[in-house]
Design a protein around this ligand. Structure first.
Ligand SMILES: Cc1cc2nc3c(=O)[nH]c(=O)nc-3n(C[C@H](O)[C@H](O)[C@H](O)COP(=O)(O)OP(=O)(O)OC[C@H]3O[C@@H](n4cnc5c(N)ncnc54)[C@H](O)[C@@H]3O)c2cc1C
Length: 488
C-alpha cells in the first residue's frame, strides 16, 4: 500500500490521516509541536484549569453533509461529546444588548421584535443566505442539467459571487444597527465587512443558524487526540516534535528534525497541512503568493476561582462587546485602533457543561483581531510589557460588564499574534489561511498541487479557516487523491 506522509497535525492533517489510514494507506503524520491539533488544542494551568486555545463554536455538526459523513466514518460521534450553548451569540454595543438565537425561526422572531419596520428585509436576508448555502453546496455535485441550465438554476451564484457583505447588506437593509448586529461575529472570519465575501458570510452564518454552534466537552484537544488515535489504530504513526525542514522531490522524501537530529522519510504521496508558500519553499519550488493572508487573533485566557454562572447567573456563552461601534463603518475602523480599543468577544465556558474545570471554578477567554504588525519592532522586554498592559486593559474592560470579576481571576495570560506564530508557524500568524475577501474566496479549492503530481493540501489554506473547513478539506483531498490513484 502507498506510503502517505502528512506535514502538520492540525485538524486538516489529522482528519486526512485518519480517513486514509482507515482505507489501508500507510500514514505517517509529522508535527513540529509536542502535541497534535494545531489551533484545535488545550493547555493546562495550575489550579486544575484546562484552557481551550481556539474553539468557541463549531458549526455544521449533524447538519453539514460532508462533516457528518466524515464524523460517522471515523466514529467521532460515538467517541467525542459535543455541547451546545443556548444561543448563537450576544452582542452588546453602547446602545444595544441583543441575544441572537441559533436557529432561523428564533432569530427571525427576535430580530423582528426589535426591528418591526425591517420585517421584510429580515425575511429576505434569511432566505438569501439559505439559498446561497444550498446552491454553493450543490456546486460540487452538479448533474448535466445543472451545467446546461446554470445561469437559470444558479443565478444567485452569478449575481452575488463578486459581492461583499457590505454591498449585499446595503441592498437589503436600511437600518445600520441591524446590519451591525447580523455581522457582530465577523471577527470569526475576517476584519472588514467591506471586503469580506458575502458567500463566506452566507455559508458560515447559515450553517450556525441551521444547526447551532457546538463546543467539544473537555476541549478541542479531545477531538485532535481522538483523530490521532484512529490513525494509530489503523497502523499509522503520528510523530510529535518532528519539524519538517525539506522536501526532496527527486527522492520523494522529507527531512525532519526530531530531538536535534535530522531524519529522512520516504513517501509516495505527500499531504501538506501547512501553507503552500512554506510547502513549496521546502521543496525549492518557485511559488509567488499573490493572495492576501488572513489576520491573526489575540486571546486573553482567564481562569476563575468561582463558577461565573453561579456568580452572575445564566447568561450568554459567547458575547461580543463592541464599544464605540454603532455601525459597520465603525467596526471596520475599530480594527485599526489600538488593540485594547477594539471590540472583543468574551466566551464564558461556565454557561455550558464544558468539562474544562471543576464545578466550583470556570474558564473564559477574550479574543480580538490582531496583526503581527501590532508587535513589530519591540524587544523582549517591550513585548512583554505591552502584552501585560493589554491584558490589564482587557480585564478592566470586562469588569464593566461583569462587576468585580477581577476578584475571581486565578490566572490570566495573553497570547498574541507572535504566540500564534511561534506555536503554529503560519505565515502572518493566521488561523484562517488566505483572507476570505470577495476577490479571493470563491475560487475552485486547491487540494491538489499544480506543481507536483503527488502533493495534496488540507487545512485552512484550502477551503478557508475554521474547524469545519479544515475538517472538510480532508474529505476533498481524499476524494481527489483516490480518484487520481484509480486513474493511474
Ligand atoms: C484563538 C482562535 C480561536 C478560534 N475559534 C474558532 C471557532 O470558534 N470556530 C472555528 O470553527 N474555528 C476557530 N478557529 C480557527 C480554527 O481553529 C482553525 O482555522 C483550524 O483549526 C485550522 O486547522 P488546520 O488544519 O489548518 O491546521 P492548523 O491548526 O493550522 O495546524 C497546522 C499544524 O501544522 C504544524 N506545522 C507547521 N509547520 C510544520 C512543520 N514544518 N513541520 C511539521 N509540522 C508543522 C503546526 O504546528 C500545526 O500543528 C480559531 C482559531 C484560533 C487561533
Amino acid at each position: 500500500m502507498k506510503k502517505i506522509v502528512v506535514i502538520g497535525a492540525g485538524l486538516g492533517g489529522l482528519t486526512a490521516g485518519a480517513l486514509l489510514s482507515k482505507k489501508g494507506f500507510q500514514v505517517t503524520v509529522l508535527e513540529q509541536h509536542n502535541i497534535v491539533g494545531g489551533c484545535a488544542t488545550t493547555f493546562k494551568r495550575k489550579g486544575g484549569f484546562v484552557c481551550e486555545v481556539g474553539l468557541h463554536e463549531m458549526d455544521g455538526l449533524y447538519t453539514d453533509k460532508v462533516k457528518n459523513e466524515i464524523f460517522k466514518e471515523l466514529g467521532v460521534y460515538e467517541n467525542i461529546e459535543f455541547v451546545k450553548p443556548n444561543e448563537f451569540f450576544r452582542v452588546k454595543t453602547d446602545t444595544v444588548d441583543f441575544i441572537m438565537p441559533d436557529n432561523i425561526q428564533g432569530a427571525k422572531i427576535s430580530l423582528k421584535n426589535k426591528y418591526p419596520e425591517c420585517e421584510k428585509s429580515i425575511d429576505n436576508y434569511f432566505s438569501l443566505i439559505q439559498t446561497i448555502y444550498f446552491k454553493l453546496e450543490k456546486l460540487s455535485n452538479m448533474k448535466w442539467d445543472d451545467i446546461v441550465f446554470f445561469p437559470l438554476k444558479y443565478y444567485e451564484i452569478i449575481q452575488y459571487k463578486n459581492k461583499s457583505v457590505r454591498e449585499v447588506f446595503d441592498d437589503i437593509f436600511k437600518n445600520e444597527e441591524l446590519k451591525l448586529i447580523l455581522n457582530a461575529n465577523i471577527g470569526y472570519y475576517h476584519d472588514n465587512a467591506d471586503t469580506l465575501s458575502f458567500f463566506l458570510h452566507a455559508l458560515a452564518q447559515y450553517s450556525y443558524f441551521n444547526g447551532g454552534g457546538w463546543f467539544i466537552k473537555g476541549g478541542s484537544k479531545k477531538l485532535s487526540d481522538y483523530l490521532a488515535s484512529v490513525i494509530r489504530q489503523n497502523g499509522g504513526t503520528v510523530f510529535t516534535n518532528a519539524d519538517v525542514i525539506k522536501i526532496d522531490v527527486r527522492s520523494k522524501s522529507v527531512r525532519y528534525v526530531k530531538k536535534h537530529e535530522e531524519q529522512i522519510l520516504e513517501y509516495d504521496i505527500l499531504i501538506s497541512n501547512i501553507s503552500p508558500m512554506q510547502t513549496y519553499a521546502m521543496a525549492n519550488i518557485e511559488y509567488e503568493n499573490k493572495k492576501e493572508l488572513g489576520n491573526s487573533i489575540l486571546s486573553v485566557y482567564l481562569g476563575f476561582s468561582k463558577n461565573l454562572k453561579d456568580v452572575y447567573g445564566e447568561g450568554a456563552y459567547s458575547s461580543f462587546f463592541l464599544k464605540n461601534i454603532q455601525n459597520i463603518d465603525d467596526y471596520n475602523q475599530s480594527t485599526k485602533r489600538d488593540i485594547q480599543d477594539r471590540g472583543f468577544v468574551f466566551v464564558d465556558y461556565s454557561q455550558i457543561d464544558a468539562g474544562l474545570t471543576s464545578q466550583e471554578k470556570s474558564f473564559g477567554v477574550m479574543c480580538t483581531t490582531d496583526y503581527l504588525s501590532d508587535w513589530d519592532n519591540l524587544d523582549t522586554k517591550q513585548y512583554l510589557q505591552k502584552k501585560e498592559q493589554i491584558l490589564h486593559a482587557f480585564v478592566a474592560e470586562l469588569e464593566l460588564h461583569y462587576p468585580n470579576i477581577k476578584e475571581y481571576i486565578e490566572f490570566a495570560e495573553a497570547a498574541t499574534a507572535k504566540t500564534m506564530q511561534r506555536y503554529l508557524k503560519t505565515p502572518n500568524a493566521t488561523a484562517y489561511g488566505f483572507a476570505p475577501t470577495v476577490k479571493q474566496f470563491f475560487k475552485i479549492p486547491k487540494s491538489k498541487s499544480k506543481k507536483l503530481s503527488n502533493l495534496y493540501f488540507v487545512g485552512q489554506w484550502v477551503l478557508g479557516g475554521g474547524f469545519s473547513p479544515a475538517i472538510n478539506s480532508a474529505k476533498l483531498c481524499c476524494d481527489t487523491l483516490l480518484k487520481d490513484i484509480k486513474k493511474a
